[in-house]
Design a protein around this ligand. Structure first.
Ligand code: UD1
Ligand code: UDP
Length: 383
């Protein structure tokens, strides 16, 4: 029998972190020919992940431009994918999550009548503009996809509410598979500062903030609250690996620059990031991925957004929505700095997003769908 040709398409840092273990899993399966295509919607931040997971893409569309717009990303991806899909004709295209690469990868496969598998399917806020444009990207990919790999039961419920019931599998999130390969008990950082921080005696807070809907006032309010936190508490130190987006860098420099206990550093490679997260006191972020990783590492998270599509860890009590208002963020973070009771209530490890076997389940589901396996994959139970 011919091997199944499975093309993975991804382009940004979070997609790469979450697709890398799947590319490795597919390459391990004798029934599959794994073809890896990157759009390089991100360049440096993508390459950093590829290098940590020792992945060499088969195709690289190299589309990134400084200050790119949603339209340029989408149109460059579509044009690049057109030629590639004509040439390679995979049996299945896999996309991940909700970025512009995700949407254009799926649309392009649809134009070529190639079935699509959506990894990290079914996340929803039900707000078109938050996160923007991700909510609509993932909804449209849900309409296009034939196979839907949902991390959790509630993601499946979201799809069912939209009438999507066929080809849905609960697999857990592949980010937990990635985390299992990067976090080490004894880890020496290559970033000098991270080896020098006093994790035992100081309250080190890991910060990230990059979302498009936070650009402008919300980001300014968030950063003002963060600076107040560092001013108010001498035991607090902030470590903020700043995203390479010029909009984010300018705002971070203006609001957080020049403070002795605020470390604005370059983006970290993912091994450094995961091991840093395992050692800090608290995480404050608007990132999707960090909301999934930190709970598995027992770290409380304050979400710097008005909503989340990841309610599971909120329900488990390790994540709280802090919003984008200065006063609320400052008050919620202050409580966790001052009150060990409030802190301990949140600081326990939970695994609602996965058990490290999501990629195996996705590969099994694909083989089952194509009749190369007699049984469907077992479901991730989330308990
Ligand atoms: C994108 C995704 C977002 C995801 C985020 C992860 C979309 C619409 N947004 O947003 O869902 O949460 O990635 O980080 O797909 N840049 C570099 N080098 C890099 C990466 C980015 O210089 O390696 C700069 C470029 O100037 C680029 C800008 O950052 O134009 C913005 O990148 P872009 O992918 O458009 O948006 P993100 O905010 O990264
Ligand atoms: N990450 C990283 N280095 C950083 C910041 C984030 O390796 O400096 C990792 C993080 O651990 C997670 C992923 O990148 O796996 C999340 O990416 P990001 O926050 O950019 O995107 P989102 O998840 O919000 O889409």
């Amino acid at each position: 029998m011919n091997k199944l040709k499975i093309m993975t398409i991804f382009g940004t840092r979070p997609e790469a972190v979450k697709m890398a273990p799947l590319v490795t899993e597919l390459a391990r399966r004798p029934e599959c020919e794994s073809i890896c295509c990157v759009t390089a919607q991100h360049r440096e931040m993508l390459d950093s992940v590829l290098s940590i997971f020792q992945l060499v893409p088969d195709y690289d569309l190299d589309i990134m431009e400084p200050r790119q717009t949603l339209s340029t990303i989408t149109s460059k991806c579509l044009i690049g994918m057109d030629e590639l899909l004509n040439k390679t004709r995979p049996d299945l295209v896999l996309v991940h999550g909700d970025t512009s690469t995700t949407f254009s990868g799926a649309l392009s496969a649809f134009y070529h009548r190639i079935p699509v598998g959506h990894v990290e399917a079914g996340l929803r806020t039900w707000d078109k503009y938050a996160p923007f444009p991700e909510e609509i990207n993932r909804t449209m990919v849900g309409d296009i996809a034939t196979l839907h790999f949902c991390p959790t039961k509630s993601n499946r419920k979201n799809l069912a509410g939209e009438g999507i019931q066929k080809g849905v599998f609960i697999t857990g999130n592949t980010v937990i598979d990635a985390l299992h390969t990067t976090v080490q008990k004894e880890y020496t950082f290559t970033t000098k500062l991270l080896n020098e921080l006093d994790y035992e005696n100081r309250k080190i807070i890991l910060v990230t903030c990059h979302r498009r809907e936070n650009y402008g006032q919300p980001m300014e309010h968030i950063m003002t609250a963060l600076r107040r936190l560092a001013d108010q508490y001498p035991e607090v130190e902030l470590v903020y690996p700043v995203h390479l987006s010029p909009v984010v860098r300018e705002t971070a420099q203006t609001y957080l620059g020049g403070h002795a206990r605020i470390h604005l550093i370059e983006p970290l490679d993912v091994a450094e990031m995961h091991n840093l997260m395992a050692r800090v006191y608290l995480v404050m972020t608007d990132s999707g991925g960090l909301q999934e990783e930190a709970p598995a590492l027992g770290k409380p998270v304050l979400v710097l957004r008005r909503e989340t599509e990841r309610p599971e860890a909120v329900e488990a009590g390790t994540v709280k929505i802090a919003g984008t208002e200065e006063e609320t963020i400052f008050a919620m973070a202050s409580e966790l700095v001052e009150s060990s009771a409030a802190y301990e209530k949140m600081a326990h490890s939970v695994n609602p997003y996965g058990d490290g076997r999501a990629c195996a389940r996705i590969a099994d589901a694909i083989l089952w769908h194509f009749g190369r396996r007699t049984t469907p994959p077992e479901e991730f139970s989330g308990e």
